[in-house]
Design a protein around this ligand. Structure first.
Ligand code: GTP
Ligand code: MG
Length: 623
C-alpha cells in the first residue's frame, strides 16, 4: 500500500462529558487514551491520526467534555478555545459533535450552540447500541432536517462502529476553509432560546419509550442506600485488598523462582568479580525485587479498571459527598483523588475538572496522601516479611487487612489535612455536587484486557528504565570506593552509599531506620518502588560470606525489628511522592510555592508518624 496523503485537515471531537468521545477517538486513530464510565476523564486535548480507506491522512483531536460553550471549569475552557482556534493552533476544519443517543435532551444543547458558530459540523449519534436496547427511536432524516447538519450513527466500542463517520469525514475533505461567525457568551435569553430549539428538535426526531422504572434506578435504590450503599462500598474495597494478597501468591512464586534461578546461574557461570557483582547484586537483586510485585499491581488495576467502566464510581462520589463536605471538600474531588490511587500525576491533572480554585488547590495538596500504586511494592514487601499469613475472624487474610488499613490511613489523613486547610482559610461555603450519573454497564472485557496490558507495559517500562538505571547507579555508589585491605565488615560499609547511609542514620535512627533503609530512601524519591530495588541491592551487597544473594523478604524479616518495619510503613503513608508529582504540582499551580509547601508538610507528617509508630511499637514489643 502506498503512503497515506497528508491532507492537513483537522477534525475535532467535542460533546458532553462521558458521551464516548475518547472511545471514538481511540477507534478512529488506533490510540489508547483513557476511557472510563464517568464525566471528566479527558482533561487535555489529545491528537491522533486517522488514515481513511481512500488513503488520506486526517488529524483528529479529542477534547475534554463540555456541557456548553459557556465554560464553568478549566477543562471546558480548553474545549471552547480549541474550537474557536484561540489556542496556539488554527481552528479545526470540521467539528464532530458527539452525543449520547440515550440522553439527547441534555446533549443537544451543546450541539445547538456549536451549530450557531456556522462552522462545518457533523453529528455523531453515539451509543446507538444502548439506545436501541432501551427502545429509543431516533429519526435520522428528521434530525438532519431540523439541525441542518449531517448525522451518522456510531458505536464507539465496536469494531467498525465508526465506519459511517469515517465516510462522512472523507466527504468533507474538500470543502474548506469557512469563516466562523463571532462567538459571544450567551445571556439568559440565549440559554432559553437554546432550550426551546432543543425541545423542537426532540419533538420532531426522537421518540422515547414510556418510562417505567429502569434497571439503573432499581440498582441505585440499593447501591446509593444510606446503609446498604456504604456496606457495598466497604465490601468492594475490602475484597479488592484481600485479592491483592490472596490471588497473587502463585504468579509471584513463579517470578520469584525465575529470578532466583537467574541469580544462581550467573553465580555458577561467571567468575567472581566486579561484573558478576554488578549483574547479580546490582541488577538481578535490585530489579528482581521490584518485578515480583507485578501480579499484585495488575490485580489492583483489574479492580480499578472494572470499577471505572461499571459506572459505580460517581455513585460512590455522591455517597461520600456528605462526608467530604464536612472537611470542606466537594464530591467533585472524589474522581481526582481516586485517580491518585493509580498515580498522583494524572490525579492532580484531573483536578482541572474542579471549577473552584480553592477546592482545586486543596485537592491537589492532599492527592499525594492517597496511596499510589508505586507504593504497593513497598507495602507488600514489608507486609510479606512481618505480617503472618493468618486468617482473622475465620475468613479474612490478615495481610490484606493490614494493606487495607494502610490505604485507609492515607484516606483519613487526606481528609484531616483538607479539614485543617478549610479551618485555616476560614471558608464555610460549600458547593453541592452536581454530577451526571452514568448508566451502569458491564465492564468491557476487551477494554479491561487492553487496560491491564497497558499497565503491565508501563510497569515493565519503569522497571527497565528508571529502576534499572538507578539500580546500576546505586550499585556503583555502594561498591566504591573499595574497602581498605584491613577491612572486616561488608564492603558496602566503606563505600560512598555506606557513608551517606550512616550520615542519614543519625537523623533517622530516632524513628528506627538503620543505615540500609536510609540509603534506600534516597533513590526512593525518584520513584517509590526504587526503595525496594535499592534495599535489594544494599542487602545483597551487605551479605558477607559466600556472597549469594538471598531473597529480600527473609533477609529483612531476620534483620529488622517489627517496630522498624511498622515505622517504615508509616513513613510511606506520608512521605512526599516522587519528583514527578512535585513537578506536576508546580505546573498545575504555576508556582514553586505549593510543591515546596507540599514536600515540607509531608516530610513533617512522615517523621512524626514514624516516630510515634516506632515508639509505641517498641513499648508494646518491649524491645
Ligand atoms: N455501549 C456503548 N458504550 C460506549 C460507547 N461509546 C462509549 N462507551 C462507553 O462510555 C463510557 C465513556 O466513554 P469515554 O470515551 O470515556 O467518554 P468521553 O466522552 O471521552 O468522556 P470525558 O472524557 O469524560 O468527557 C466508557 O465506559 C465507554 O466504554 C458506545 O457506543 N456504546
Ligand atoms: Mg474522554
Amino acid at each position: 500500500m502506498s503512503a497515506p496523503i497528508q491532507t492537513g485537515l483537522r477534525v475535532a471531537l467535542l460533546g458532553n462529558p462521558n458521551c464516548g468521545k475518547t472511545a471514538l477517538f481511540n477507534l478512529l486513530t488506533g490510540s489508547r487514551q483513557k476511557v472510563a464510565n464517568y464525566a471528566g476523564v479527558t482533561v487535555e486535548r489529545k491528537e491522533g491520526l486517522l488514515d481513511t480507506p481512500q488513503g488520506q491522512r486526517v488529524r483528529v483531536v479529542d477534547l475534554p467534555g463540555a456541557y456548553s460553550l459557556n465554560p464553568l471549569s478549566q477543562d471546558e475552557v480548553i474545549t471552547r478555545d480549541a474550537i474557536l482556534g484561540k489556542l496556539d493552533e488554527p481552528r479545526p476544519d470540521l467539528l464532530i459533535c458527539v452525543t449520547d443517543a440515550t440522553n439527547l435532551r441534555l446533549n443537544l444543547r451543546l450541539v445547538v450552540e456549536v451549530k450557531r458558530l456556522g462552522l462545518p459540523t457533523v453529528l455523531a449519534l453515539n451509543m446507538t447500541d444502548v439506545a436501541r436496547r432501551r427502545g429509543v427511536e431516533i429519526d435520522i432524516d428528521a434530525l438532519e432536517r431540523e439541525l441542518g447538519i449531517p448525522v451518522v450513527r456510531t458505536v464507539a466500542v465496536r469494531r467498525g462502529g465508526a465506519d459511517d463517520l469515517v465516510r462522512l469525514i472523507q466527504e468533507h475533505l474538500s470543502d474548506r476553509p469557512i469563516a466562523a461567525r463571532a462567538w459571544t457568551a450567551s445571556d439568559v435569553a440565549g440559554v432559553a432560546e437554546t432550550q426551546r430549539e432543543v425541545r423542537r428538535i426532540l419533538a420532531a426526531a426522537v421518540r422515547e419509550p414510556a418510562s417505567g422504572m429502569r434497571v439503573d434506578d432499581a440498582l441505585d435504590r440499593i447501591v446509593m442506600h444510606p446503609v446498604w450503599g456504604f456496606a457495598i462500598l466497604a465490601a468492594t474495597l475490602f475484597l479488592m485488598f484481600q485479592s491483592v494478597f490472596a490471588w497473587a501468591q502463585l504468579p509471584m512464586g513463579w517470578i520469584e523462582a525465575g529470578i532466583e534461578m537467574t541469580g544462581a546461574l550467573l553465580n555458577a557461570w561467571m567468575p567472581d568479580g566486579i561484573l558478576r557483582s554488578l549483574l547479580v547484586d546490582g541488577i538481578v537483586a535490585g530489579v528482581g525485587s521490584v518485578l515480583i510485585f507485578l501480579p499484585q499491581i495488575l490485580i489492583l488495576f483489574m479492580f480499578i479498571l472494572a470499577l471505572e467502566d461499571s459506572g459505580y464510581l460517581p455513585r460512590a462520589a455522591f455517597m461520600l459527598d456528605r462526608v467530604m463536605g464536612t472537611v470542606g471538600l466537594s464530591g467533585r474531588s472524589f474522581i481526582p483523588l481516586l485517580s491518585s490511587f493509580a498515580c498522583a500525576v494524572p490525579g492532580i491533572m484531573a483536578t482541572r475538572h474542579i471549577g473552584n480554585w480553592r477546592d482545586r488547590l486543596t485537592t491537589i495538596m492532599i492527592a499525594p496522601l492517597t496511596t499510589c500504586s508505586a507504593r504497593l511494592p513497598v507495602y507488600a514487601l514489608i507486609i510479606g516479611a512481618f505480617i503472618p499469613q493468618r486468617k482473622v475472624m475465620g475468613f479474612l487474610n490478615l495481610q490484606g487487612v493490614v494493606l487495607f488499613t494502610l490505604y485507609l490511613a492515607g484516606i483519613v489523613s487526606a481528609m484531616a489535612v483538607a479539614w485543617v486547610l478549610k479551618v485555616s482559610s476560614g471558608r464555610t461555603l460549600l458547593h453541592p455536587l452536581m454530577m451526571e450519573l452514568p448508566s451502569y454497564r458491564w465492564p468491557n472485557l476487551r477494554n479491561l484486557f487492553i487496560g491491564l496490558l497497558e499497565r503491565a507495559k508501563i510497569f515493565l517500562m519503569r522497571v527497565g528504565t528508571i529502576i534499572l538505571s538507578l539500580s546500576i547507579l546505586l550499585w556503583f555508589l555502594a561498591s566504591y570506593p573499595a574497602p581498605p585491605p584491613e577491612a572486616t565488615g561488608a564492603a558496602i560499609q566503606y563505600s560512598l552509599a555506606g557513608m551517606l547511609g550512616r550520615a542519614l542514620e543519625t537523623v533517622l535512627a530516632p524513628i528506627g531506620f538503620n543505615w540500609q533503609i536510609s540509603i534506600a530512601l534516597v533513590p526512593g524519591f525518584a520513584a517509590r518502588e526504587v526503595a525496594v530495588s535499592a534495599l535489594g541491592t544494599v542487602y545483597a551487597l551487605s551479605a558477607t560470606g559466600d556472597n549469594v544473594a538471598e531473597q529480600l523478604t527473609p533477609m529483612i524479616a531476620a534483620s529488622w525489628s517489627a517496630a522498624t518495619a511498622y515505622s517504615l510503613l508509616a513513613w510511606y503513608v506520608f512521605a512526599p511522592q516522587c519528583i514527578s508529582t512535585l513537578s506536576i504540582v508546580k505546573r498545575e499551580t504555576n508556582s514553586i510555592r505549593y510543591p515546596l509547601l507540599m514536600a515540607g508538610y509531608l516530610f513533617a507528617l512522615a517523621y512524626l508518624a514514624s516516630f510515634l509508630t516506632y515508639r509505641i511499637a517498641l513499648a508494646f514489643t518491649g524491645a
